[in-house]
Design a protein around this ligand. Structure first.
Ligand SMILES: O=c1ccn([C@@H]2O[C@H](COP(=O)(O)O)[C@@H](O)[C@H]2O)c(=O)[nH]1
Length: 272
């Protein structure tokens, strides 16, 4: 099944717009994982098992694995998610951007090596840097548009032809670049006004929306700004607030993650 259809089905099946982010930081792992050679895999696997019925997608952030030389554990984790939860889209957050020949290798890494349904990509180098991802006709390219970080405004708010750059990106992707019909955009929950602007430009296109939870984005404003007419259209990501929900040593980490994922999913659903 292609990325967009799988995502639409997951919104319905799990009644959820929540994307569970997998940003594993061993310094924050529970004591029982200390000394385990595959602690990163084990930690993330428990989180996936605890939240799979509450999520519309999982989003491993590759930097947290690669920085520790743990790409092998990421491979295992992706294989595990695909085998046990094949109906939940797997998004590799890698924010790749390079010339076409190199982008083709990044696409192979995301879709072949890790088996991701979609990968995040940076539009700064233009269409030929994004096109190779679309050669994978069933997989998604999720293009950075209006990112959640404060510094995103440095470039994304620059005016060109009377409009901020992020709106040009939204329009380009929606009207020209989306050759395989599997594109989506990243828009931060920390900027609900811009989220509403992007929604108005792109119609039904799915949006990956990081920034609730640890970054403090407002759930009500996010949902009201980014939802489609059918009350869907978003993967609202929360990573650290779910992963590290347990107070150190006092609560089972997976149970705590499930509790916060449930609360987040339900608070999102209040405003759909
Ligand atoms: O604009 C963006 C794009 C990506 N991210 C990523 O999302 C998660 C957010 O983690 P939290 O712990 O929920 O803050 C992380 O992997 C970022 O790399 C983003 O935050 N903003």
């Amino acid at each position: 099944m292609n990325f967009i259809n799988k995502l639409s089905a997951a919104w319905t099946t799990n009644n959820s717009l929540l994307c569970v982010g997998l940003d594993p930081d061993p310094a924050r792992f529970p004591a029982q994982l200390a000394g385990e050679s595959d602690a990163i895999f084990l930690f993330c696997k428990e989180i996936i098992d605890a939240t799979a019925d509450l999520a519309c997608s999982f989003k491993p952030q590759i930097a947290y694995f690669a920085a520790l030389g743990a790409e092998g554990q990421l491979e295992r984790l992706c294989a595990y998610a695909r085998q046990h939860y094949p109906h939940i889209p797997l998004i590799l957050d890698a924010k790749r951007g390079d010339i076409g020949a190199t982008a083709r290798q990044y696409a192979r890494e995301a879709f072949d090596r890790y088996g991701a349904d979609a990968v995040t990509v940076n539009p700064y180098m233009g269409f030929d840097s994004v096109e190779p991802y679309m050669e994978w006709t069933e997989r998604g390219a999720i293009v950075l548009c209006r990112t959640s970080n404060p510094g995103g405004s440095d470039l994304q708010f620059l005016m060109a032809d009377g409009q901020p750059l992020y709106q040009h990106v939204a329009r380009l992707v929606a009207e020209k670049w989306n050759r395989n019909g599997q594109c989506a955009l990243v828009v931060g929950a920390t900027f609900p006004e811009e989220l509403a602007q992007v929604r108005a430009i792109v119609g039904e296109m799915p949006l990956l929306v990081p920034g609730v939870g640890a970054q403090g984005g407002d759930v009500e404003a996010t949902v009201k700004s980014g939802r489609t007419a059918s009350g869907a259209g978003m993967m609202i990501n929360s990573s650290r607030a779910i992963l590290y929900a347990a107070a150190k040593g006092s609560e089972d980490f997976a149970a705590a993650a499930r509790r916060v994922a449930l609360e987040t999913r339900d608070s999102i659903n209040l405003y759909r």
